[in-house]
Design a binder for this molecule. Structure first.
Ligand code: CAA
Length: 389
C-alpha cells in the first residue's frame, strides 16, 4: 500500500495553496460580509485551470486525476469556501456530468467554455419539495416533437445568478416514476429562465445561491443529456463524484481551522505559558490533527477508487459523512481555542465554523449518506475492506 502523492499532485497542491494565500485571503472577510460574488477570483481560477481540472485536454481541461482535484479543493477551502463550492459544482457536477454523458457535439459546444471559466455551470436537482427525496421532481418536461417544454422551480441553486448553463433534472413521464426523469442542458440566456433573489446565507455567503424558475422554456431535443429516463441515475452517479468534492471542502475547512488554532495556541500566552502548553489545549490539538488525518485518508481512498474505475459510491458517502462532521466539530473547537478572538471576524475561524455547516447538508445530507452506507451494509456489500475486493 502506497500513500505517496506524485509530482503532479504535489505541484497542484502547492499552486492551489499559493493561489489561496495570495489571491483569495485578501478580501475574503469583506466578500463574506457583503455577499459580493467573487467575480475576479473565479476568473483567475479559470485561468489557473481550477475549474475544469479533470476534463480531458481535448475539451480544454487539465486532464488530472481525482486526487489532484481533492488536494486543490482542500487548499482553497482552507481560505475561501464560496470559491471552493463554485469550483466543486463546476468540476464534479457540471463538467463531469457533461463529459460522461454528453454527445460529442454537446461536449464540443459546452465543455471548453466551462473548463476555462468562460461560463460556470449549475446543477439543478433540488426543488421546494424535493431535497433529500430527489425522485419527487415536480419540474416537468413535455415532449413537443422537436423540443421539450420545461416548467418548474429549482431551489438553492449554487452559481444560480452567474452561471451560463444549467443541468436541469425534470419529470418527462410521471407514470414511470423516477424512470421518467430526464436531464437537460439549458442555457441561462434562453427565454423563460428567471433567476430569483440571491439567498442571504449563514455561510459560503459570497457564493451565488438562487431559486430558478423555468416558464415554458423551449429546450431543443439535442439538449437532452443522456438517454430519456436516465436523469435520476445520472444525478445520483454525478453526485457520487460531487461528494468527494464536498468532502474535500469539509476537510479544507477542518484543516484550515486546525492550522489557525495551532498557530494561535503557540503564540497566545496564558497563565505564564503558551496556550498549547496547557494539556487541555494540547489534547484538543491532538484530537483535531487525528480527525483531520482520518478524513483525508477516507477522501484520498475514494479518489483512488474512482480513478481505478472501482465502485466508489459508499467510499464517497463515508468520506463526506465523516469529513463534514469533522469540519463542524473542529471549527467549534478552533473558535473555543481562540476564546473571545475566535468570535470576531478578523481571526477567520468563526467564518469557517459557519461555512462548515453546509457541508453536512448539500450534495446529500449526513442522513442521506447514512442511508447510502447502511443500505450497502445491510445488503452485505461491506463485509470486506472495499479497496481489496
Ligand atoms: N448510482 C447509480 N444509480 C443509483 C445510485 C448511484 N449512486 N443511487 C441510486 N441509484 C439508482 C438505484 O439503483 C435505483 O435504480 P432502479 O430503480 O433501476 O433499481 C434508482 O436510482 C432509485 O434509487 P433509490 O431507490 O435508492 O432511490 P431513493 O428514492 O430511495 O433515494 C437517496 C435514495 C440516496 C436518498 C437519493 O434520493 C439521494 O441521494 N438524495 C439526496 C439528493 C442530493 O444529494 N441532493 C443534492 C442536491 S445538488 C447540490 O447540493 C449541489 C450544490 O449546489 C452544492
Amino acid at each position: 500500500m502506497y500513500f505517496d502523492l506524485n509530482e503532479e499532485n504535489l505541484a497542484v497542491r502547492q499552486a492551489a495553496r499559493e493561489f489561496a494565500q495570495q489571491e483569495l485571503l485578501p478580501g475574503v472577510i469583506e466578500r463574506d460580509t457583503t455577499m459580493k460574488f467573487p467575480t475576479e477570483q473565479v476568473k483567475r481560477m479559470g485561468e489557473m485551470g481550477f475549474l475544469g481540472m479533470m476534463v480531458s485536454p481535448e475539451y480544454g481541461g487539465g486532464g488530472m486525476d481525482t486526487i489532484s482535484y481533492a488536494l486543490a479543493m482542500e487548499e482553497i477551502s482552507k481560505i475561501d469556501n464560496s470559491c471552493s463550492v463554485i469550483m466543486s459544482v463546476n468540476n464534479s457536477l457540471v463538467c463531469w456530468g457533461l463529459e460522461k454523458m454528453g454527445t460529442e457535439a454537446q461536449k464540443q459546444k459546452y465543455l471548453p467554455k466551462l473548463a476555462t471559466g468562460e461560463w460556470i455551470g449549475s446543477f439543478c436537482l433540488s426543488e421546494p419539495e424535493a431535497g433529500s427525496d430527489a425522485t419527487s421532481q415536480k419540474t416537468t418536461a413535455i415532449d413537443k416533437g422537436d423540443h421539450y417544454l420545461l416548467n418548474g422551480t429549482k431551489n438553492w441553486i449554487t452559481n444560480g445568478g452567474s452561471s451560463g448553463l444549467h443541468l436541469v433534472m425534470a419529470q418527462a413521464n410521471p407514470a414511470a416514476g423516477h424512470k421518467g426523469i430526464c436531464t437537460f442542458i439549458v442555457e441561462t440566456s434562453w427565454p423563460g429562465v428567471t433567476i430569483g433573489a440571491k439567498e442571504d446565507k449563514l455561510g459560503i455567503r459570497s457564493s451565488d445561491t438562487h431559486t430558478i424558475m423555468y416558464n415554458d422554456v423551449i429546450v431543443p431535443k439535442e439538449n437532452l443529456l443522456g438517454p430519456a429516463g436516465d436523469g435520476f441515475k445520472f444525478a445520483m452517479k454525478t453526485l457520487t463524484g460531487g461528494r468527494i468534492g464536498i468532502a474535500s471542502q469539509a476537510l479544507g475547512i477542518a484543516a484550515g481551522a486546525y492550522e489557525r488554532a495551532l498557530a494561535y495556541s503557540k503564540e497566545r500566552m496564558s497563565f505564564g505559558k503558551p496556550l498549547s502548553s496547557h494539556q487541555a489545549i494540547a489534547f484538543k490539538l491532538a484530537d483535531m490533527a487525528t480527525e483531520v488525518e482520518a478524513a483525508r485518508l477516507l477522501i484520498h481512498r475514494s479518489c483512488w477508487m474512482k480513478d481505478q474505475g472501482m465502485d466508489f459510491t459508499v467510499a464517497a458517502s463515508m468520506a463526506k459523512l465523516f469529513a463534514s462532521e469533522v469540519a463542524m466539530r473542529q471549527t467549534v473547537e478552533a473558535v473555543q481555542i481562540h476564546g473571545g478572538y475566535g468570535y470576531v471576524k478578523e481571526y477567520h475561524v468563526e467564518r469557517l465554523m459557519r461555512d462548515a455547516k453546509i457541508t453536512q447538508i448539500y450534495e446529500g445530507t449526513s442522513e442521506v449518506q447514512r442511508i447510502v452506507i447502511s443500505r450497502s451494509i445491510l445488503q452485505g456489500q461491506l463485509s470486506q475492506p472495499m479497496w481489496s475486493n
